[in-house]
Write a protein that binds this ligand. Structure first.
Ligand SMILES: Cc1cc2nc3c(=O)[nH]c(=O)nc-3n(C[C@H](O)[C@H](O)[C@H](O)COP(=O)(O)O)c2cc1C
Ligand code: SF4
Length: 432
């Protein structure tokens, strides 16, 4: 029996994404019509029942975020969709942006209606240039058909969505950096508090949610929060898009019920990753992008859901699953992760700006076989300091992958200290 689901992805590849007619023919905008007849608090209660953990990486409960904003005084309130999709290995938002943009638009309009907002913004990564243009076409089509703009579905409610392009900085995916970037300021994260729900875009109360989170909203309104929650597992409701890539046989986006598949299913089942390419062995896998934890073969039977993953020191994060085979050296891999963070750090705070460089220097010693016992302690201290003292999630999470490897594969670091590594220092046939 198939373990995959087809709810969020049900229209992908089956409709012309810029056609309102096609979208409506497969159930589109019926949730919006229903929402426009509901009390705003009723919609928030459905969001609370849904147990939707935000799909952008931090897994903050969406219903709670909506309720907090609802209780904040002040006008106007802004709706912002985070379509920066900057985590390497993550391309699940792309599926929705490209193949079912109106599900995101519908979710944003419902959110706008709840908060009586007049304007929404979608911040789409600069690399998705063609998608940006197509998204604008979808917005125009929705406006022409009366689902966006003035007097939506003759309800008296009006809402517009503006498209803003990113320019290639990973840190602009951080929600406050993103708002600064929309305001044409340097895309550096803000110091919080104040939280964005109170002082957000143009200093006004603001909702920031991920693409997939917004696309989930019509499903929640349509089927009800409780039914949505049951698609997932305890405390982690709904289905989830996962982007699988790296050394797996298949590289694609799949949809699964949270908690209804294991990491083994995702990597090995034919309908998902399909196993390791070229008959090689699995060495490790990276969950949730560069800022996420690394998992190992002995953790493969963990169900793919927040609570079970947390127990193993793992997480869903951005929804990426990058598979690495036996030919990958862990130290080499960690050096690349570290180089990514050195490149993407905005440089505002010392623990992140300097810490990533120090980590890189020490990992280089391991790679060269010149590291000592004290270097373990230095790495652990740096990682703990960066997690505690960095100002935003980038610096706080930069050593997550390193921590997983230090915990589970210390022996591979020690082998490098002795100048041994099957990948970096392969022995010849005589074992020399
Ligand atoms: C460095 C950094 C990059 C991020 N990049 C993204 C991104 O590309 N897309 C995204 O949705 N969230 C990203 N986030 C998370 C956002 O700050 C925020 O939590 C999210 O957009 C909220 O939406 P959600 O509650 O629906 O998940 C990033 C966070 C950090 C610290
Ligand atoms: S943690 Fe890094 S990216 Fe975040 S504000 Fe500090 S220097 Fe900038």
């Amino acid at each position: 029996m198939s373990k995959s689901l087809s709810l969020l992805s049900k229209r992908a590849g089956k409709i012309n994404p810029q056609s309102v007619e096609d979208y409506v023919s497969m159930g589109g905008f019926s949730a919006l019509k229903k929402a426009l007849t509901m009390e705003k608090m009723e919609i928030i209660n459905e969001m609370l029942d849904a147990n939707l953990l935000g799909r952008g990486g931090a897994a903050y409960p969406a219903g709670k975020k909506w309720k907090q904003l609802y209780n904040i005084e002040g006008e106007p309130k802004y709706i912002v969709c985070n379509a920066d999709e900057g985590e390497p290995g993550t391309f699940k938002d792309k599926l929705l942006l490209k193949d079912d943009p109106m599900s995101i638009i519908e979710g944003m309009i419902i959110a706008g209606y709840v908060f009586n907002s007049q304007d929404g913004y979608i911040y789409i990564r600069g690399e998705y240039r063609i998608i940006q243009e197509k998204f604008k076409e979808s917005l125009e089509a929705c406006e022409k058909a009366g689902y966006l703009g003035d007097n939506i579905c003759n309800s008296g409610y009006s809402f517009r969505i503006h498209v803003v392009s990113g320019a290639g900085a990973y840190v602009c995916g951080e929600n406050s950096g993103l708002l600064n970037s929309i305001e044409s300021k340097t895309g550096r994260p803000r110091v919080k508090p104040p939280h964005l729900a109170e002082v957000g875009l143009f200093s006004k109360p603001t909702l920031v949610n991920n693409v997939e989170s917004f696309a989930d909203v019509p499903l929640i309104v349509e089927m009800g929060g409780k039914a949505f929650a049951e698609l997932g597992s305890e405390g982690d409701g709904g289905s989830k898009l996962v982007s699988i890539c790296g050394n797996s046989v298949n590289r694609k986006v799949v949809e699964v019920g949270l908690g209804h598949v294991t990491l083994r299913d995702l990597i090995y089942d034919e309908e998902f990753g399909g196993g390791i390419a070229d008959g090689k062995e699995l060495k490790f896998y990276h969950l949730g992008g560069q800022s996420g934890p690394i998992g190992f073969p002995e953790q493969l039977d963990t169900p793919y859901t927040a609570k079970a993953l947390k127990k193993e020191g793992l997480s869903v994060g951005s929804g990426a699953l990058v598979v690495l085979d036996e030919d990958m050296c862990i130290i080499d891999y960690l050096l690349k992760v570290c180089e990514f963070f050195i490149h993407e750090s905005c440089g505002k705070c010392t623990p992140c700006r300097e810490g990533n460089r120090h980590v890189h220097n020490i990992l280089t010693k391991f790679a060269k076989g010149t590291a000592t016992e004290e270097d373990f302690e230095r790495l652990e201290r740096l990682s703990a300091t960066m997690a505690l003292a960095s100002s935003c999630g980038l610096g706080q999470a930069a050593c997550t992958a390193l921590d997983s490897c230090l915990k589970h594969r210390r022996a591979e670091f020690e082998a490098h200290m002795r100048g041994e590594c099957p990948v970096c220092f392969p022995k010849d046939k005589e074992g020399k």
